[in-house]
Design a protein around this ligand. Structure first.
Ligand code: SF4
Ligand code: SF4
Length: 161
């Protein structure tokens, strides 16, 4: 279920890896082209997705993601937040005079919901909107992983074009 960002009291990622097993991220056309050489992406009716293998994303290494920075899809970078161009008042987030509508997916077990409308996660939402607009870097919208625990090897079939 998606809720407007103003209803989110707090969120952090502890890298449980559940979202990478349950969801099939949708890709932009550009992301699809960048990852096509891996053989792990598919096109269905003009839409692009990561192809699940064995019930999980093939880029998942243990609980972590082996794709980082420019290769990691936007939908994964902003999860559990989703940025849209249309929505309801409670989801409105303005950045530099531009209007965005941001929602959060309650699937994530570390997302806490509240009743009042006082903004609590505005900085996280700002980062999601910045990523959506192609600006900014992934910083707070990810788990803090010790360097030694990060995946060292991409999947074997990862051959970049
Ligand atoms: S975003 Fe949520 S579900 Fe996904 S890895 Fe982080 S804590 Fe787990
Ligand atoms: S690309 Fe990475 S973050 Fe996205 S679903 Fe796959 S493992 Fe998870």
């Amino acid at each position: 279920m998606h809720v407007p960002w103003r209803r989110v009291a707090s969120w952090h990622c502890n890298a449980c890896g559940m979202c990478c097993r349950v969801y099939t991220p949708r890709l932009t056309a550009y992301e699809y082209l960048k990852l096509r050489g891996t053989g792990f992406v598919i096109e269905k009716a003009g839409r692009f997705y990561i192809r699940k293998i064995g019930g999980k994303c093939p880029f998942q290494s243990g609980r972590l993601c082996s794709l980082q920075n420019d290769l990691k899809p936007l939908a994964c970078k902003t999860f559990p937040f989703v940025v849209r161009r249309k929505g309801e008042e409670e989801g409105l987030f303005e950045l530099n005079g531009d209007e965005f509508y941001v929602y959060a997916d309650t699937f994530c077990p570390n997302l806490k919901i509240k009743r009042d409308r006082r903004p609590a996660v505005a900085e996280l939402v700002r980062e999601a909107v910045m990523l959506f607009t192609g600006r900014g870097r992934l910083s707070r919208l990810t788990a803090t992983i010790p360097e030694t625990a990060k995946p060292q090897q991409p999947p074997r079939r990862l051959v970049m074009a």
